[in-house]
Design a protein around this ligand. Structure first.
Ligand SMILES: CC(C)(COP(=O)(O)OP(=O)(O)OC[C@H]1O[C@@H](n2cnc3c(N)ncnc32)[C@H](O)[C@@H]1OP(=O)(O)O)[C@@H](O)C(=O)NCCC(=O)NCCS
Length: 163
């Protein structure tokens, strides 16, 4: 049984990552194809994919900032992204539906946290829906309460992991 490989994304992964994104989020919440392209080309250090048998199963992508406010919609297109920023902000953690519940997201998150620590970052931040708070708590994230973000018309919790 081939192992799942977790590695940094590169340009050839773009189509697969777009497919995962559009299969994982409602249209109002999914990042545009252009945003995914920008994240891969601008900040591959913060973009990991899970690969098995040459197939991309899942992705985690991010930007970096020293700001505490992560609700800025333009930041999702990496406007204001600062590679030297003290926090990594996860935009999307997503896995192809048929490969879920097999630990792919956990493997991506584990590696992401290790890499963020190795890069000298102080925090990993993200916004999530209430139902996923227990999932992120497993990695040490703390719930900072409801965010001002209304992205996609949904309610979001601010999650923070101190490294
Ligand atoms: C959330 C997601 C990334 C998890 O991927 P995964 O590879 O299945 O995750 P893992 O196998 O590592 O862990 C699964 C666990 O996460 C939790 N979980 C996953 N989806 C959940 C949901 N919708 N509601 C509550 N808990 C959930 C459960 O504890 C689950 O355990 P189980 O497999 O025993 O049911 C995947 O379901 C997905 O892509 N969802 C759509 C995109 C999304 O919502 N991403 C999160 C953005 S904040």
């Amino acid at each position: 049984m081939p192992e799942i490989i977790i590695r940094n994304a590169c340009a050839k992964d773009l189509d697969a990552c777009i497919e995962i994104e559009t299969n994982s989020f409602p249209p109002d919440e999914a990042a545009s194809d252009e945003s995914i392209r920008t994240r891969i080309t601008t900040y591959p250090q913060g973009f990991l994919v899970a690969e098995k048998n040459g197939c991309i199963l899942g992705q985690i992508n991010s930007g970096a900032t020293s700001k505490n406010d992560i609700t800025d919609e333009a930041f999702k297109k990496l406007v204001g992204h600062d590679p030297a920023g003290t926090s990594m902000v996860i935009f999307s953690l997503s896995v192809l539906p048929r490969f879920r519940h097999q630990g792919v997201a956990a493997a991506l998150m584990d590696r992401f946290i290790i890499k963020a620590r190795d890069m000298g970052k102080q925090n990993v931040l993200l916004l999530c829906k209430e139902k996923l708070i227990p999932f992120y708590r497993r990695f040490g994230f703390e719930d900072g309460g409801l965010s001002a973000s209304t992205h996609g018309g949904a309610a979001w919790h601010e999650m923070r992991l101190g490294l």
